[in-house]
Design a protein around this ligand. Sequence first.
Ligand code: GTP
Length: 243
Amino acid sequence: MKPKYKRIILKLSGEALAGDKGYGICLDVVDSIAEQIKDIGDLGVQVGVVVGGGNIWRGATGSLKGMDRATADYMGMLATVINSLALQDALEKRGVNTRLQTAIEMKEIAEPYIRRRAIRHLEKGRVVILAAGTGNPYFSTDTTAALRAAEIEAEVILMGKKGTDGVYDSDPNLNPNAKKYKRLDYLDILNKGLSVMDSTATSLCMDNHIPLIVFDLGVRDNIKRAVMGESVGTFVGGDENGE
Ligand code: GTP
């Protein structure tokens, strides 16, 4: 059995790294994600990872409480670097070759993000962790995932969530009758106002025909099942991505 996708962007929400505590980094969770990444790397899948930072700091929250939005967002970008270092450590402990690249230069810690270099690393079988968002305030890490996926020509974005196994028509935690979508068009996200990702990220995916799969990161092997083309979570794409 060959993987369906050869090059992917895995988007990990910061919250997913927090585990049950809801904040900070749960190393058991990071280890489990690293195991799953190793599994797909072993299948020959080229993996770029974009990590969020909401488990440490949310720019939007700081801004709501009166902070300068750009400053709050820069703090969020630094949070993604902390998460990325934790993931890099867990991967390398498992013998997975990695390269960490940051969109904001901090060369004592990581390489700067250079698109062609990132692609070269992927071709050499290294997991490339892409940190510090796009390097710009006002852009989410979902937008980063969409942008990097377009840049490195990833075939799909795997969007791992914590505690939700796809996209629902209403919050399943509040509404027991919430209905899960198996498949959605990008425009559904915008038109129905579904909280999958922000409109900038959605538009980027739509304009560049990058499908995404939203799934529960807490279920072991979900990442592998998704790259093998099995149906997990919710598939978002245009008609041309029809399964
Ligand atoms: P190839 O040339 O394709 O083999 O890639 P490479 O990443 O091994 O090349 P290089 O010799 O440039 O990098 C060796 C190590 O240094 C890797 O672990 C890189 O992640 C790291 N490295 C490269 N550039 C920087 C940098 O600007 N800052 C930091 N902190 N590390 C870097």
